[in-house]
Design a binder for this molecule. Sequence first.
Ligand SMILES: [Zn+2]
Length: 207
Amino acid sequence: MLLSACQHKPTILSEQELQQLTSTQIMHINQQSCLQQDKYAVMVRPTHKWQQYLDTLTQSLPQSIANQTLNYRVYLHTQPDAWATSNGCIRITSSLLNHLTAQEVQAVIAHEIGHIALHHSEQRFQMAKYAEIKDNGKIMLLVPKTLSWQQELEADRYAVRLLKQHHIDPNGLISMLDKLSDYHKEQSQSHPSILIRKNHILTWIQP
Ligand SMILES: [Zn+2]
């Protein structure tokens, strides 16, 4: 009992400890984070209709990036959300699948692939002042807002290119942002405004 009580404490990493982490160690933390979040979430079975739907949408997207095999799974959840870890986990909630069109979901996924391809997690670990790894596997990193904003825009830019390459209309990125704007308010610190993102995306979409 004593041991399990200890496990409920979040792991705290100082700036100095973070700077000493190697790429391999950061990848390992990401791997553990994904495993732990999968344990805590309600992940649907591979035969579930939502998972099968996601599988059809990802057929026309990469199956691996930056030497990582991409692993796309659905969580049952009432909030539309998506995230990725650098080892190739991409997680999409059922609510997101429910709210968005196929093209818009592919746009979200392309953005998440961008974070993996551009090694954003490693950058964040290296520049963070403080990190907390929660019991549920979620990693909270205190990073400068400028870095977060820059990474979001870079992932958007990557997504536009990836979607075009795979013959998927990149305008899904714009309509997806509009639809998720209500939920986006919570992310106002870590993400640039919808307007800023849309303006950039529109210029990148131009041939
Ligand atoms: Zn992002």
